[in-house]
Design a protein around this ligand. Structure first.
Ligand code: PBG
Length: 342
């Protein structure tokens, strides 16, 4: 396949001194006029961590400024997101250790933490997008995204669990299923089940190019799977040496029925975002993951970086790379900064 976009001419159109690129940069109004990309609050998805209980909030130590909250408080947070103009939230549960099993069956309990959080948001009548993962890792005793037999992560056998998980989440009121498990063929399996179940309008945001990354560390702390994860995820998440393979992953997910695709992590993978957008021109998202958040938030907390400025700069980088939107723990902060800069 050929790229859709045509590359700009490689030779300069003119020469110094008639050409002076600094002319357009000299004032704020002019910089705004010639800006090639725009970052707005409408580009943001806010990932949230859910814990059991009521009125409960606790900090995630490796993610300064991020809390896990109980389902009732998720309702309040969703209201805050609405007020800030953030279009969607993504929910991730920290499941009680006693409910984690070999087969992760809590994933399709219609009363699980995620479903209760969805109810809290829907109970307030909020017209906000709710994105839920399809993956078993918050629910398995071994911390893997799929079912296990010995040391193997089972591919096809995992589909049925992901389908059941997707259906309970959709029935609870989630709008977007985001499969983050990286089993082959799971988009097709979930799409088929949604069609058969009459959920023809449920969107799928596929974690298509998801790399086996050490940048997920703080997320695993947040959902409580760091301690339990047996081995690593390299037999299903992508090898970070690869780029062409990401194109194949995205192509398959689009064919299988994904409405939106995602590249993850974000900042070290901007080249992949650009390739995906050029090749397919479909709605493309990046996840600025927990480790990226921790780097920036940690450095800002220490006074080593100007937090406000690096947040906006890093998010604009995703737009420049070709993203339609970004999942980021900085979403509320970024929304406030963008509102103040107008
Ligand atoms: C799990 C999942 C992960 C993230 C989102 N869904 C972690 C993993 O694959 O181990 C990572 C998000 C982050 O690091 O912020 N299926």
């Amino acid at each position: 396949m050929k790229p859709i976009r045509t590359p700009v001419a490689t030779q300069a159109l003119g020469a110094f001194p008639s050409v002076r690129l600094r002319r357009n940069r000299q004032s704020q109004w002019s910089r705004r006029l010639v800006a090639e990309n725009n970052l707005s609050t409408g580009d943001l998805i806010w990932p949230l961590f859910v814990i059991d209980g009521e009125g409960r909030r606790e900090a995630v130590p490796s993610m300064p400024g991020v809390d896990r909250v109980s389902p009732d408080l998720i309702g309040q947070v969703a209201e805050e997101a609405m007020e800030l103009g953030i279009p969607a939230i993504a929910l991730f549960p920290n499941t009680d250790a006693a409910l984690r099993t070999e087969d992760g069956r809590e994933a399709y309990n219609p009363e699980n933490l995620v479903c209760r959080a969805i109810h809290a948001v829907r109970g307030r009548g909020l017209d906000i997008g709710i994105v839920c993962d399809a993956a078993l890792d918050p629910y398995t005793s071994h911390g893997h995204d799929g079912l296990m037999e010995g040391d193997e992560i089972l591919n096809d056998e995992t589909h049925a669990a992901l389908v059941k998980q997707s259906l309970v989440q959709v029935e609870a009121g989630c709008n977007v299923i985001a499969p983050s498990d990286m089993m082959d063929g799971r988009i097709g399996a979930i799409r088929g089940a949604l069609e058969n179940g009459g959920h023809t309008n449920t969107q799928i945001m596929a974690y298509s190019a998801k790399y086996a990354s050490a940048f997920y560390g703080p997320f695993r702390d947040a959902i409580g799977s760091s301690g339990t994860l047996r081995g690593d995820k390299r037999t299903y998440q992508m090898d970070y040496a690869n780029s062409d393979e990401a194109i194949r992953e995205v192509a398959l997910d689009i064919q299988e029925g994904a409405d939106m695709v995602m590249v993850k992590p974000g900042m070290p993978y901007l080249d992949i975002i650009r390739r995906v957008k050029d090749q397919f021109g479909v709605p493309t998202f990046a996840y600025q993951v927990s480790g990226e958040y921790a780097m920036l938030a940690g450095a800002a907390q220490n006074g080593w970086l100007d937090g406000d400025r690096v947040i906006l700069e890093s998010l604009m980088g995703f737009k420049r790379a070709g993203c339609n939107g970004i999942l980021t723990y900085f979403a509320p902060k970024a929304a406030r900064l963008l509102a103040a800069s107008r």
